[in-house]
Design a protein around this ligand. Structure first.
Ligand code: GLP
Length: 246
């Protein structure tokens, strides 16, 4: 893992935005995996700014988001699809037909998961996977537990994760759906390159375990140690427990 520490979350987001823009210049048809959540909001703003300036071009890129709440559709304000629309898709020149998302309202969720896996394959696999991390060490919605799922799957959310997502539901964890659909660990690890972005002190403990701890299903992000091309982009808060970090 290559670890980089920036003084602020804004500086981390700006550096990563610059790298995504450069990757798109090298490969305009890049297939990008994207996280929802609060962490990437600054990154997405930076990407929209670069698009408005004509520096970034998403017109031939494809995106696959990591996860979605079960039962929610794109028009639902609490859905990740809705959140991505507000924070990223409305601000960049992406071809709408190339935005790929798990459909939380699909009548057959298992079939929807299989469809998504096939769509990723058909797109040639994910070239660059951007990740956030949950405070309990989850990536996507791959929650800690005795086992992990390899492929895109239906998952029950932990109370902690429902609390962490409450902001999308008027601050009420009870309104957060109990289940979700998520790319699996193998889906994520098959990306050719991965960048994990973590900011803020609340992520410091899980970041330390992800980098220095053992591989364990109790901290799903620890499996990123198996991948050859993982960049970890941190602000000082998220890096606070790393050896040698200030
Ligand atoms: C959420 C999402 C993840 C996200 C993570 C961190 O529950 N399922 O895709 O990366 O948890 O979220 P945040 O960035 O809001 O801390």
């Amino acid at each position: 893992m290559k670890i980089r520490i920036f003084p602020t979350d804004r500086a981390a987001a700006a550096a990563l935005a610059g790298e995504i823009v450069a990757a798109l210049r090298d490969d305009p048809q890049l297939v990008i995996g994207l996280p929802a959540g609060r962490t990437p909001v600054t990154l997405y703003r930076e990407l929209a700014v670069r698009c408005a300036r004509g520096v970034a071009d998403f017109s031939r890129a494809t995106t696959f988001n990591l996860d979605e709440f079960l039962g929610l559709g794109p028009d639902d304000p609490g859905s990740y699809r809705g959140s991505m629309e507000r924070h990223l898709f409305s601000g960049i020149n992406i071809d709408r037909a190339r935005i790929q998302f798990l459909d939380g309202r699909a009548p057959d969720p298992e079939a929807e998961c299989a469809r998504y896996e096939a769509a990723i394959e058909q797109a040639g696999g994910i070239g660059l996977q951007i990740l956030g991390i949950g405070a309990n060490g989850h990536i996507g919605f791959n929650e800690p537990g005795p086992w992990l799922s390899a492929r895109t799957h239906r998952v029950a959310l932990t109370p902690e994760t429902r609390r962490a997502n409450a902001a999308l539901f008027g601050g009420d964890p009870e309104r957060v759906p109990r289940e979700a659909l998520s790319m699996g660990m193998a889906t994520i690890l098959r990306a050719r390159a991965i960048v994990l972005l973590a900011t803020g002190r609340s992520k410091a403990a899980c970041v330390e375990r992800m980098i220095h701890g053992p591989l364990t299903t109790e901290l799903p992000a620890s499996f990123l140690q198996l991948h050859r091309h993982v960049d970890v982009v941190l602000d000082e808060g998220a890096a606070a427990r790393l050896r040698g970090a200030s």
